[in-house]
Design a protein around this ligand. Structure first.
Ligand code: SF4
Length: 285
């Protein structure tokens, strides 16, 4: 049986992107290839906010402080917090999911596999989880990825078959979505490592993929336009969302209207971050 190192496993409302408002189980895996210390900082500067948090003071995710700069899910990849994230068997994960969804079985809920970066090292373990008897009612999955990790040939084939399996026996059509939050220079990550159009185009061979850019300034939008051109040139066909920066309400509220106006003006989609006004973006929401 496979195991996955789980930062968080909780039930909430999807606050971003295509499934905004849909009841969702969030499976947050541990580990990321980026740090994104540039979010919320003047260009060229990196946030030290998460580095100043002392991990020994905390025993549960829910106790961790929120940060207004840098990656808002810092504890899901920073090795200093790794002991908060247990390695769980796929059996234990499926059991836990049935405990937290309202009817004890999948109905209209969708599964969000997020991170950290969920396609980094766990692709080999997901088939075990998705084939579990308690996961058979699941029909929609979103991978929330930074768009830098190729699918392994085995996992790609598995996902194609997973979508068709229930349909062949008269069951519902299953759907896989890749919500790609490609990292612009405002994240602090390097363009050549973050903007990898050929990787994202490959996701479109498996399911629906869309791009979601975090925007704080006009410069970020100019960067997003360059990135969109690069993805389109490579053949990317999916939708594009602009989403305001802000893991805390004070930052989010500063530019959500501006980003919505930018999206409208340019004929792009706007993604809110409903978890911020609804739940203050607390851990476990
Ligand atoms: S890619 Fe996502 S999880 Fe990883 S550091 Fe950046 S914002 Fe955080």
């Amino acid at each position: 049986m496979s195991k996955i190192k789980i930062a968080e496993l909780f039930y909430s409302i999807q606050g971003e992107g295509r499934y905004m408002g849909v009841p969702s189980v969030f499976l947050r895996t541990f580990g990321c290839n980026f740090k994104c210390q540039g979010f919320g900082m003047p260009r060229g500067e990196l946030s030290e906010e998460a580095n100043s948090i002392n991990p020994v003071q905390f025993t549960r995710y829910e106790e961790l402080p929120l940060v207004s700069t840098g990656c808002d899910s810092y504890a899901s990849w920073d090795p200093r917090f790794k002991d908060l994230s247990p390695m769980l068997t796929t059996d234990a994960i499926a059991d836990r999911i049935c405990e937290i969804i309202p009817h004890g079985e999948w109905r209209d809920e969708h599964l969000v596999i997020t991170g950290g970066e969920p396609l980094l090292g766990w692709q080999r373990a997901y088939p075990d989880l998705l084939d579990h008897p308690k996961m058979q009612g699941l029909t929609e999955i979103t991978f929330e990825t930074n768009g830098t990790q190729k699918l392994t040939p085995e996992f790609k084939e598995y996902l194609k078959k997973w979508q068709m399996r229930a349909w062949h026996v008269g069951g519902p059509v299953r759907e896989i979505t890749f919500s790609v939050s490609a990292k612009l220079p405002c994240s602090g990550e390097k363009w050549e490592e973050a903007i990898l159009p050929e990787v994202v185009c490959e996701y479109e061979q498996v399911g629906t993929a869309y791009l979601k850019f975090v925007i704080a300034t006009e410069q970020d939008f100019a960067d997003a336009e360059c990135a969109i051109a690069a993805y389109r040139k490579a053949g990317f066909k999916g939708h594009v969302y602009l989403m305001p920066v802000g893991g805390v309400e004070s930052v989010y509220a500063l530019n959500n209207r501006t980003v919505a106006d930018m999206a409208m003006k340019n004929g792009l989609r706007y993604s809110d971050r409903l978890q911020v006004p609804l739940f203050k973006n607390e851990w476990g929401t």
